[in-house]
Ligand binder design. Structure first.
Ligand SMILES: [Zn+2]
Length: 381
């Protein structure tokens, strides 16, 4: 088996900070922890910048600034601000980066040649005032607020659903082999048989080279390609894109055609939510276990994300004290000396998608040993 690496499902570059919304970093933290456990060098953090909200924010910026920043630089400056003085060492990748766009066009052209995607003139409903593609349903235009739409023939990129293939197959999901993601299939299956993969956006992967000026690749497809591009750049065989089941269900239909390229494969890796807003309830427990700030941080930003990876579903507030006790006991048995065999076993388990090691003391203890070896000063005491 070739190299496998984990990539976070691109985080929407919205108006938030990691301090306000720590849950936004969960995918990034899981990815960093798992890549470290399997001995892979850190991968860039992935960001989703091709959003309508981003278009509107940039238009506002351009209208009110004497020297407006170009959109790509504007997005990067907003991402950089989220990290403050601690930018990620491996950098970041956005879903509109030139390398991602190149890969997207290469994949799209190959899929067109193979007849798996097509270019077609379709009756597309757009806003009568500003031309924004309206999508389904009757709601005011999300750009200008106009309620008048009109259908007109427009050249677009089309994916026809492959008959008989579930949109989100168990084989597409890493570490989910025991429990078929039925509810995911139901959500992801609720999409039309003909998918339009083009959107009106100011920013993104332009489809002009395919003869579709003014349109970009649907960002839900682009997110898959952004994650895949990280593995392609590394020459890895498999990228596991780490995201919540809901996020996966929302984008799976659009990514169906983009799950492999030239022997590199993209899998979904699912995780649940962490009740960060409830962590204050643990204050007394931290004191009782004599946790240092470093230990508390290891529990909140390393163990809990990994546990959310194991649980797949959301972690309930009521589980937190027991999880803390489990973490506490495992760290007491973690040692400074590495057991090379135990670490290798753990590495193989993680690569194969196993997560049960997080629930037993010896498995978690081995992972904590691996973690502390790379942390000068040791986070265990
Ligand atoms: Zn409009």
């Amino acid at each position: 088996m070739g190299e496998l690496l984990f990539v976070n499902g691109p985080v929407q570059n919205g108006d938030f900070t990691f301090a306000d919304r720590p849950g936004k970093a969960t995918g990034i933290r899981i990815t960093a922890a798992l890549n470290h456990l399997i001995g892979t060098t850190p991968v860039p953090h992935a960001w989703n910048t091709v959003t309508l909200a981003g278009d509107l924010r940039h238009r506002q910026h351009a209208a009110t600034s004497a020297r407006p920043t170009a959109r790509a630089d504007f997005e990067v400056s907003l991402i950089a601000a989220k990290y403050g003085d601690c930018p990620p060492a491996p950098g970041y990748v956005t879903d509109a980066d030139p390398a991602v766009a190149r890969l997207a066009l290469e994949m799209t052209e190959a899929l067109l040649r193979a007849g798996k995607l097509s270019l077609s003139r379709e009756q597309i409903r757009s806003c009568a005032r500003c031309g924004h593609m309206a999508g389904t349903g009757s709601h005011p235009c999300k750009v200008c607020g106009s309620t008048v739409t009109r259908a007109k023939a427009l050249g677009v990129l089309i994916a026809d659903r492959v008959g008989g293939r579930p949109l989100l197959g168990v084989d597409d999901v890493h570490a989910y082999r025991k429990r078929a993601p039925v509810h995911l299939r139901n959500i992801a299956g609720n999409v039309p048989a003909r998918l339009v993969l083009a959107r009106t956006r100011d920013h993104g992967i332009s489809l002009e080279p395919l003869g579709l000026p003014g349109l970009v690749l649907d960002p839900r497809a682009g997110l898959h390609i952004a994650a895949l591009s990280v593995a392609v750049a590394r020459g890895a065989d498999t990228a596991v894109m780490v995201l919540t089941p809901n996020a996966a269900a929302n984008i799976a239909a659009y990514g169906q055609s983009f799950l492999c390229h030239d022997g590199t494969r993209l899998l979904y890796g699912l995780h649940g939510h962490i009740p960060y807003e409830e962590l204050l309830s643990l204050e007394g427990h931290y004191g009782r276990y004599r946790f240092t700030p470093a230990l508390q941080q290891a529990f909140e930003t390393w163990f809990l994300p990994l546990y959310a990876w194991h649980a797949k579903n959301n972690i309930a507030q009521g589980e937190l004290p027991n999880l803390l006790k489990h973490f506490h006991r495992a760290r007491l048995t973690a040692c400074e000396a590495a057991d090379a065999q135990a670490l290798q076993r753990l590495r193989n388990t993680v690569i194969a998608g196993g997560t049960d090691w997080l629930t037993n003391r010896s498995g978690l203890s081995a992972a904590l040993t691996a973690r502390s070896l790379s942390q000068p000063g040791g986070a265990l005491s």
